[in-house]
Design a binder for this molecule. Structure first.
Ligand code: ATP
Length: 322
């Protein structure tokens, strides 16, 4: 059965609830604290597994309590963690997340073991992938490892999905023929467009998605928070698919993008021949995630997402680009 292989970051997320973010030199009282598995890699692996795809994680954690917590939470979510290496030389990646009542967050990440990931780790972890499988990458691990993983996956005939987050600063992973699918939020889309030398006038999402798709020869999905997402296919007509967001009252937007991307990757591994349906499910899953606190803790399961899709009657529409 086609599967999703995530090569990426693993963090312990320390979530602190505050009434307002502290300013310089200021101390504020938090009202709660929780620690759970996170990191874009870990979140997207959990999302793909909850979406129903057999999912494997390739990454690194420290030989510490956070590392064991991350491994246990991923396993409990159904993610195979065999290719997660434990290193004694670094701590498990840590993200300190401050969360305001309105759902805004501020995050400090210290990568720890994620920075120790090597091309050899990626190659060993992807030894079993083949056509039909999806290899899902983000940019929270060293860029040369992302590049190595993408090359390895393509050489084996797998579909490469890159979530270019955080926004890329060098164009390495955007080289021609390296990826099949790009998922980016607004600032990331702007950064990728700049790195590819696209004209500034491709400024609206409707214009940016097809411009990026043509430049990368890839399916490009630009997510827009509560405004939904725009998707454009490689080499296709200059037609942009608009995927509306499901209206919800946001509680915590952490992992909205990760939920969206993990669900999309799972659909692609399942051989989704209807892109609009795959995107609508990703949108419904992400909307459910923003109604809950935390990262992996907020990611919904497949049956719940299918119910939400049916209830909202999500209907992706097309927006023609002149
Ligand atoms: P994050 O960094 O918070 O994980 P992101 O910046 O990568 O998210 P966004 O574009 O903010 O990504 O959101 C991804 C998707 O999540 C959107 O395309 C949308 O489907 C869904 N989403 C995000 N925010 C909301 C919201 N307030 N209401 C409904 N859906 C939302």
């Amino acid at each position: 059965m086609p599967s999703v292989h995530v090569v990426g970051s693993l963090n312990a997320d320390q979530l602190l609830e505050v009434t307002a973010f502290p300013g310089a030199g200021e101390t504020v009282l938090g009202s709660g604290m929780r620690i759970s598995a996170g990191g874009k890699g870990g979140n997207q692996a959990v999302a793909a597994a909850r979406a129903g795809a057999p999912t494997t994680m390739v990454g690194a954690v420290g030989d510490d309590a956070h590392g064991r917590l991350v491994r246990d939470e991923l396993s409990a979510a159904g993610v195979a963690t065999g290719p997660v290496r434990t290193t004694a030389d670094a701590h498990t990646g840590l993200a300190v997340v401050m969360l305001e009542p309105g759902g805004d967050n501020r995050i400090i990440v210290t990568p720890g073991a994620n920075a120790s990931l090597t091309g050899a780790d990626a190659e060993a972890g992807l030894a079993g992938v083949g056509p039909g499988d999806v290899v899902l990458l983000q940019l929270e691990i060293p860029p040369h490892v992302v590049d190595h993983a993408a090359r390895t996956a393509r050489a084996r005939g797998a579909t490469v999905v890159l979530n270019a987050a955080p926004a890329p600063v060098d164009p390495g992973c955007l080289a021609p023929g390296r990826i099949d699918v790009l998922v980016v939020n607004e600032p990331e889309a702007r950064a990728v467009a700049r790195l590819l030398g696209l004209p500034e006038h491709a400024a609206t999402p409707e214009e940016r998605a097809p411009a990026l798709a043509a430049a990368l020869d890839a399916l490009v999905v630009c997510t827009m928070g509560a405004r939904g997402a725009y998707a454009a296919e490689a080499g296709g007509a200059r037609t942009v698919l608009h995927v509306p967001a499901v209206p919800v009252v946001p509680v915590d937007t952490t992992a909205a993008g990760d939920t969206f991307t993990g669900y999309l990757a799972a659909a692609l591994a399942g051989g989704a021949d209807d892109l609009a349906t795959a995107l609508a499910r990703a949108s419904a899953a992400a909307a459910l995630a923003v109604t809950r606190r935390g990262a992996t803790t907020a990611i919904p399961g497949r049956s719940e997402v299918l119910r939400a899709c049916a209830a909202s009657r999500l209907a992706p529409g097309t927006a023609g680009v002149p």
